[in-house]
Design a protein around this ligand. Structure first.
Ligand SMILES: [Zn+2]
Length: 92
């Protein structure tokens, strides 16, 4: 069982959380200026790396808050979890 550390509640079982996809994807400032290919790239194309990946998770069965998790996609080891509002500072 994978333990995920919610920055608000502490470590809980993976079953209490839902995955929200890749973190850090910014909506284009002027979507109407994009070509269809650029818009499709924004909507559908994700990194899917082998190794460290920054992801969004929600503590759906707990505080229902979103937060960022940095997880190794090979080992599933979570190296950090932090509130969305936090920039450089991180909590584990
Ligand atoms: Zn929580």
């Amino acid at each position: 069982m994978l333990l995920i550390s919610c920055p608000y509640c502490g470590a809980r079982a993976e079953t209490e959380f839902s995955y929200g996809g890749e973190a850090g994807i910014e909506r284009p400032k002027d979507p109407h200026a994009l070509s269809d290919a650029e818009w499709a790239d924004y909507l559908f194309m994700r990194k899917n790396p082998r190794g460290l990946h920054t992801e969004l998770w929600i503590h759906a069965q707990g505080c229902r808050r979103w937060f960022k998790v940095e997880r190794d996609t090979v080992s599933y080891k979570i190296t950090s979890s932090r509130e969305l509002s936090l920039g450089a500072s991180e909590k584990e």
